[in-house]
Design a protein around this ligand. Structure first.
Ligand code: NAP
Length: 283
Protein backbone atom coordinates (compact mmCIF):
# COMPACT_ATOMS: atom_id res chain seq x y z
CA UNK A 1 0.00 0.00 0.00
CA UNK A 2 1.49 3.34 -1.06
CA UNK A 3 1.51 6.04 1.60
CA UNK A 4 1.98 9.79 1.24
CA UNK A 5 1.83 12.87 3.47
CA UNK A 6 -1.68 13.86 4.48
CA UNK A 7 -1.53 17.60 3.86
CA UNK A 8 1.48 19.77 4.67
CA UNK A 9 1.77 18.70 8.31
CA UNK A 10 -0.07 15.39 8.54
CA UNK A 11 1.35 11.88 8.87
CA UNK A 12 1.96 9.52 5.96
CA UNK A 13 -1.39 7.89 5.20
CA UNK A 14 -2.37 5.13 2.76
CA UNK A 15 -3.64 6.43 -0.57
CA UNK A 16 -6.69 4.17 -0.14
CA UNK A 17 -8.70 4.28 3.08
CA UNK A 18 -12.11 2.93 4.12
CA UNK A 19 -15.46 4.73 4.08
CA UNK A 20 -18.30 3.62 6.36
CA UNK A 21 -21.45 5.37 5.11
CA UNK A 22 -24.34 2.87 4.90
CA UNK A 23 -22.39 0.11 6.63
CA UNK A 24 -24.69 -2.44 8.25
CA UNK A 25 -25.14 -1.69 11.95
CA UNK A 26 -27.15 -4.72 13.06
CA UNK A 27 -27.21 -8.51 12.98
CA UNK A 28 -24.90 -10.85 11.07
CA UNK A 29 -24.10 -8.21 8.47
CA UNK A 30 -22.76 -5.93 11.22
CA UNK A 31 -20.23 -8.62 12.18
CA UNK A 32 -19.32 -9.16 8.53
CA UNK A 33 -18.79 -5.40 8.08
CA UNK A 34 -16.61 -5.27 11.20
CA UNK A 35 -14.51 -8.18 9.92
CA UNK A 36 -14.18 -6.41 6.58
CA UNK A 37 -12.95 -3.23 8.30
CA UNK A 38 -10.37 -5.19 10.32
CA UNK A 39 -9.25 -7.06 7.19
CA UNK A 40 -8.87 -3.72 5.42
CA UNK A 41 -6.68 -2.47 8.26
CA UNK A 42 -4.51 -5.61 8.00
CA UNK A 43 -4.12 -4.86 4.29
CA UNK A 44 -2.97 -1.31 4.98
CA UNK A 45 -6.23 0.67 4.67
CA UNK A 46 -5.72 2.23 8.09
CA UNK A 47 -7.45 5.55 7.33
CA UNK A 48 -11.06 5.07 8.46
CA UNK A 49 -13.76 7.59 7.66
CA UNK A 50 -17.04 7.97 9.53
CA UNK A 51 -19.48 10.68 10.67
CA UNK A 52 -22.04 11.33 13.40
CA UNK A 53 -24.63 11.39 10.61
CA UNK A 54 -24.06 7.78 9.49
CA UNK A 55 -26.85 5.68 10.99
CA UNK A 56 -27.46 8.55 13.44
CA UNK A 57 -24.36 7.51 15.40
CA UNK A 58 -24.91 3.78 14.86
CA UNK A 59 -22.06 3.48 12.38
CA UNK A 60 -19.64 5.18 14.78
CA UNK A 61 -20.68 2.64 17.43
CA UNK A 62 -20.22 -0.27 15.03
CA UNK A 63 -16.80 1.10 14.01
CA UNK A 64 -15.79 1.70 17.63
CA UNK A 65 -16.50 -1.92 18.44
CA UNK A 66 -14.65 -3.12 15.32
CA UNK A 67 -11.46 -1.22 16.13
CA UNK A 68 -11.46 -1.78 19.89
CA UNK A 69 -8.98 -4.65 19.41
CA UNK A 70 -6.63 -2.67 17.13
CA UNK A 71 -3.61 -0.84 18.62
CA UNK A 72 -4.61 2.83 18.57
CA UNK A 73 -1.47 4.06 16.82
CA UNK A 74 -2.07 1.73 13.85
CA UNK A 75 -5.20 3.54 12.69
CA UNK A 76 -6.19 7.05 11.63
CA UNK A 77 -9.83 7.82 12.45
CA UNK A 78 -11.75 10.67 10.86
CA UNK A 79 -15.25 11.74 11.87
CA UNK A 80 -17.47 14.70 11.04
CA UNK A 81 -19.76 17.14 12.79
CA UNK A 82 -23.15 17.81 11.21
CA UNK A 83 -23.64 21.40 10.02
CA UNK A 84 -26.73 21.64 12.26
CA UNK A 85 -24.46 21.00 15.28
CA UNK A 86 -21.67 23.29 14.11
CA UNK A 87 -22.03 26.19 16.57
CA UNK A 88 -19.05 26.58 18.92
CA UNK A 89 -20.67 24.68 21.81
CA UNK A 90 -22.47 22.28 19.47
CA UNK A 91 -19.23 21.22 17.77
CA UNK A 92 -17.49 20.55 21.09
CA UNK A 93 -20.46 18.52 22.35
CA UNK A 94 -20.79 16.58 19.07
CA UNK A 95 -17.11 15.66 19.20
CA UNK A 96 -17.48 14.35 22.76
CA UNK A 97 -20.43 12.17 21.69
CA UNK A 98 -18.47 10.86 18.70
CA UNK A 99 -15.48 10.00 20.92
CA UNK A 100 -17.76 8.07 23.30
CA UNK A 101 -19.35 6.10 20.45
CA UNK A 102 -15.95 5.33 18.93
CA UNK A 103 -14.54 4.43 22.39
CA UNK A 104 -11.63 6.80 21.84
CA UNK A 105 -10.07 9.62 23.84
CA UNK A 106 -8.80 11.42 20.73
CA UNK A 107 -9.74 11.50 17.06
CA UNK A 108 -7.12 11.77 14.34
CA UNK A 109 -9.13 14.17 12.21
CA UNK A 110 -12.44 16.00 12.76
CA UNK A 111 -14.28 17.62 9.85
CA UNK A 112 -17.21 19.94 9.30
CA UNK A 113 -19.40 17.69 7.09
CA UNK A 114 -20.59 20.42 4.73
CA UNK A 115 -20.94 24.22 4.92
CA UNK A 116 -23.20 25.26 7.79
CA UNK A 117 -25.53 28.14 8.53
CA UNK A 118 -23.57 28.63 11.73
CA UNK A 119 -20.78 31.19 11.27
CA UNK A 120 -17.70 29.42 9.93
CA UNK A 121 -15.62 31.41 12.39
CA UNK A 122 -17.43 29.72 15.32
CA UNK A 123 -16.94 26.22 13.92
CA UNK A 124 -13.26 26.82 13.20
CA UNK A 125 -12.81 28.28 16.71
CA UNK A 126 -14.33 25.08 18.10
CA UNK A 127 -12.10 22.88 15.94
CA UNK A 128 -9.08 24.83 17.21
CA UNK A 129 -10.22 24.35 20.79
CA UNK A 130 -10.61 20.61 20.19
CA UNK A 131 -7.01 20.42 18.92
CA UNK A 132 -5.79 22.41 21.95
CA UNK A 133 -7.74 20.11 24.29
CA UNK A 134 -6.25 16.95 22.73
CA UNK A 135 -9.64 15.77 21.41
CA UNK A 136 -8.43 15.61 17.80
CA UNK A 137 -4.98 15.71 16.23
CA UNK A 138 -6.06 17.33 12.95
CA UNK A 139 -9.07 19.15 11.57
CA UNK A 140 -10.61 19.58 8.16
CA UNK A 141 -13.70 20.33 6.11
CA UNK A 142 -15.85 18.51 3.60
CA UNK A 143 -17.81 19.64 0.54
CA UNK A 144 -16.12 23.07 0.62
CA UNK A 145 -15.30 24.94 -2.59
CA UNK A 146 -11.85 26.49 -3.06
CA UNK A 147 -12.81 29.86 -1.62
CA UNK A 148 -14.57 28.37 1.42
CA UNK A 149 -11.66 26.01 2.03
CA UNK A 150 -9.10 28.83 2.04
CA UNK A 151 -11.34 30.89 4.31
CA UNK A 152 -11.52 27.97 6.74
CA UNK A 153 -7.72 27.81 6.74
CA UNK A 154 -7.49 31.55 7.37
CA UNK A 155 -9.88 31.30 10.32
CA UNK A 156 -7.91 28.41 11.81
CA UNK A 157 -4.80 30.57 11.97
CA UNK A 158 -1.75 28.48 12.78
CA UNK A 159 -3.74 25.23 13.07
CA UNK A 160 -3.39 23.60 9.65
CA UNK A 161 -6.46 22.57 7.68
CA UNK A 162 -5.48 18.97 6.98
CA UNK A 163 -8.04 18.05 4.32
CA UNK A 164 -11.15 18.76 2.32
CA UNK A 165 -13.26 15.65 1.64
CA UNK A 166 -15.19 15.94 -1.64
CA UNK A 167 -17.10 14.03 -4.29
CA UNK A 168 -14.63 12.79 -6.91
CA UNK A 169 -15.01 9.98 -9.41
CA UNK A 170 -14.40 9.43 -13.11
CA UNK A 171 -17.69 11.03 -14.11
CA UNK A 172 -17.33 13.91 -11.68
CA UNK A 173 -13.93 15.51 -12.09
CA UNK A 174 -15.01 19.13 -11.51
CA UNK A 175 -12.64 19.53 -8.55
CA UNK A 176 -9.73 19.46 -10.97
CA UNK A 177 -10.61 22.97 -12.22
CA UNK A 178 -9.98 25.00 -9.08
CA UNK A 179 -10.21 23.01 -5.89
CA UNK A 180 -7.39 20.53 -6.50
CA UNK A 181 -4.85 23.17 -7.61
CA UNK A 182 -5.80 25.38 -4.64
CA UNK A 183 -5.49 22.47 -2.21
CA UNK A 184 -2.15 21.43 -3.65
CA UNK A 185 -0.80 24.98 -3.35
CA UNK A 186 -2.01 25.27 0.25
CA UNK A 187 -0.79 21.84 1.37
CA UNK A 188 -4.33 20.55 2.01
CA UNK A 189 -5.13 16.90 1.25
CA UNK A 190 -8.14 16.14 -0.95
CA UNK A 191 -10.03 13.01 0.11
CA UNK A 192 -12.21 11.58 -2.68
CA UNK A 193 -15.54 10.21 -1.55
CA UNK A 194 -17.87 8.02 -3.63
CA UNK A 195 -14.90 7.03 -5.83
CA UNK A 196 -16.96 4.40 -7.69
CA UNK A 197 -19.68 6.92 -8.50
CA UNK A 198 -22.53 4.87 -6.91
CA UNK A 199 -25.36 5.08 -9.52
CA UNK A 200 -22.93 6.53 -12.07
CA UNK A 201 -20.51 3.57 -12.10
CA UNK A 202 -19.01 3.42 -15.63
CA UNK A 203 -20.22 -0.07 -16.58
CA UNK A 204 -19.34 0.04 -20.28
CA UNK A 205 -15.79 1.24 -19.64
CA UNK A 206 -15.34 -1.52 -17.07
CA UNK A 207 -16.20 -4.32 -19.53
CA UNK A 208 -13.19 -6.36 -20.75
CA UNK A 209 -13.05 -4.41 -24.04
CA UNK A 210 -13.70 -1.01 -22.38
CA UNK A 211 -10.96 1.46 -21.50
CA UNK A 212 -10.83 0.48 -17.82
CA UNK A 213 -11.05 -3.24 -18.69
CA UNK A 214 -8.11 -3.01 -21.10
CA UNK A 215 -5.90 -1.08 -18.67
CA UNK A 216 -6.84 -3.51 -15.90
CA UNK A 217 -5.77 -6.49 -18.01
CA UNK A 218 -2.45 -4.85 -18.82
CA UNK A 219 -1.67 -4.53 -15.08
CA UNK A 220 -3.29 -7.81 -13.98
CA UNK A 221 -5.67 -5.61 -12.01
CA UNK A 222 -9.44 -4.95 -11.96
CA UNK A 223 -11.36 -1.97 -13.38
CA UNK A 224 -12.17 -0.75 -9.86
CA UNK A 225 -8.50 -0.83 -8.94
CA UNK A 226 -7.72 1.18 -12.08
CA UNK A 227 -10.37 3.72 -11.06
CA UNK A 228 -8.90 4.09 -7.56
CA UNK A 229 -5.34 4.36 -8.91
CA UNK A 230 -6.44 7.12 -11.29
CA UNK A 231 -8.26 9.06 -8.56
CA UNK A 232 -5.20 8.97 -6.28
CA UNK A 233 -2.60 9.71 -8.97
CA UNK A 234 -1.82 13.18 -7.60
CA UNK A 235 0.21 13.64 -4.40
CA UNK A 236 -2.65 15.59 -2.83
CA UNK A 237 -5.28 12.91 -3.54
CA UNK A 238 -6.57 10.12 -1.29
CA UNK A 239 -9.69 7.95 -1.72
CA UNK A 240 -12.01 6.26 0.79
CA UNK A 241 -14.10 3.58 -0.95
CA UNK A 242 -16.66 1.85 1.26
CA UNK A 243 -16.83 -1.94 1.17
CA UNK A 244 -18.69 -4.23 3.53
CA UNK A 245 -17.23 -7.61 2.54
CA UNK A 246 -13.70 -8.95 2.88
CA UNK A 247 -13.54 -9.69 -0.86
CA UNK A 248 -14.37 -6.10 -1.79
CA UNK A 249 -11.96 -4.75 0.80
CA UNK A 250 -9.14 -6.91 -0.55
CA UNK A 251 -9.78 -5.73 -4.10
CA UNK A 252 -9.77 -2.09 -3.03
CA UNK A 253 -6.65 -2.41 -0.87
CA UNK A 254 -4.64 -3.85 -3.76
CA UNK A 255 -5.32 -0.64 -5.71
CA UNK A 256 -2.92 1.03 -3.30
CA UNK A 257 -0.04 -0.71 -5.06
CA UNK A 258 -1.14 0.00 -8.62
CA UNK A 259 0.65 2.81 -10.46
CA UNK A 260 -0.72 3.79 -13.87
CA UNK A 261 1.61 4.96 -16.62
CA UNK A 262 1.25 8.10 -18.75
CA UNK A 263 -0.48 6.16 -21.53
CA UNK A 264 -3.09 4.77 -19.10
CA UNK A 265 -3.71 8.20 -17.58
CA UNK A 266 -4.15 9.77 -21.03
CA UNK A 267 -6.61 7.05 -22.11
CA UNK A 268 -8.74 7.52 -18.98
CA UNK A 269 -8.53 11.29 -19.30
CA UNK A 270 -9.83 11.06 -22.90
CA UNK A 271 -12.65 8.66 -21.98
CA UNK A 272 -13.76 10.69 -18.95
CA UNK A 273 -13.03 14.34 -19.74
CA UNK A 274 -13.10 16.82 -16.88
CA UNK A 275 -15.82 18.87 -18.60
CA UNK A 276 -16.60 22.45 -17.81
CA UNK A 277 -20.04 22.00 -16.29
CA UNK A 278 -21.63 19.83 -13.61
CA UNK A 279 -22.22 20.63 -9.95
CA UNK A 280 -18.53 20.77 -9.01
CA UNK A 281 -17.17 22.78 -11.94
CA UNK A 282 -17.07 25.97 -9.92
CA UNK A 283 -15.54 24.45 -6.81
P1 NAP B 1 -18.30 4.18 -2.99
O1 NAP B 1 -17.23 3.85 -2.01
O2 NAP B 1 -17.91 4.79 -4.27
O3 NAP B 1 -19.16 2.89 -3.32
C1 NAP B 1 -19.66 2.03 -2.34
C2 NAP B 1 -20.37 0.89 -3.05
O4 NAP B 1 -19.41 0.17 -3.85
C3 NAP B 1 -20.98 -0.11 -2.10
O5 NAP B 1 -22.19 -0.55 -2.68
C4 NAP B 1 -19.97 -1.25 -2.07
O6 NAP B 1 -20.58 -2.49 -1.86
C5 NAP B 1 -19.44 -1.20 -3.47
N1 NAP B 1 -18.07 -1.71 -3.56
C6 NAP B 1 -17.00 -1.29 -2.86
N2 NAP B 1 -15.90 -1.97 -3.22
C7 NAP B 1 -16.30 -2.85 -4.16
C8 NAP B 1 -15.63 -3.85 -4.91
N3 NAP B 1 -14.32 -4.04 -4.78
N4 NAP B 1 -16.36 -4.57 -5.80
C9 NAP B 1 -17.69 -4.37 -5.96
N5 NAP B 1 -18.38 -3.44 -5.28
C10 NAP B 1 -17.69 -2.69 -4.39
O7 NAP B 1 -19.39 5.15 -2.35
P2 NAP B 1 -19.67 5.87 -0.96
O8 NAP B 1 -19.93 4.91 0.12
O9 NAP B 1 -20.69 6.89 -1.29
O10 NAP B 1 -18.35 6.69 -0.64
C11 NAP B 1 -17.28 6.17 0.13
C12 NAP B 1 -17.21 6.82 1.50
O11 NAP B 1 -17.02 8.22 1.40
C13 NAP B 1 -18.49 6.72 2.35
O12 NAP B 1 -18.67 5.42 2.87
C14 NAP B 1 -18.25 7.78 3.37
O13 NAP B 1 -17.35 7.33 4.37
C15 NAP B 1 -17.63 8.87 2.51
N6 NAP B 1 -18.64 9.84 2.01
C16 NAP B 1 -18.54 11.14 2.46
C17 NAP B 1 -19.47 12.10 2.04
C18 NAP B 1 -19.34 13.50 2.52
O14 NAP B 1 -20.26 14.30 2.32
N7 NAP B 1 -18.23 13.85 3.15
C19 NAP B 1 -20.50 11.74 1.14
C20 NAP B 1 -20.56 10.43 0.69
C21 NAP B 1 -19.62 9.50 1.12
P3 NAP B 1 -20.43 -3.34 -0.50
O15 NAP B 1 -20.76 -2.40 0.62
O16 NAP B 1 -21.38 -4.45 -0.68
O17 NAP B 1 -18.99 -3.82 -0.41
Amino acid sequence: MRVKPFGATGPALPTIGQGTWDMPEAGARRREAQQAIRRGIELGMTHLDTAEMYGAGGVEEMLGEAIAVIPRERIFITSKVLPSNASYAGTIAACERTLRRLRLSELDCYLLHWPSEEPLEETMRALRALVDAGKTRFVGVSNFDAQEMLEAQRLLGDVPLACNQVLYHLRERGIEHRLLPAARAAGIAIVAYTPFGRGRFPRDAARPDGVLGRIARKHAATPRQVMLAFLTRDDALFAIPKASSEAHVAENAAAGDLVLDAEDLAAIDAAFPIGDDGPLATL
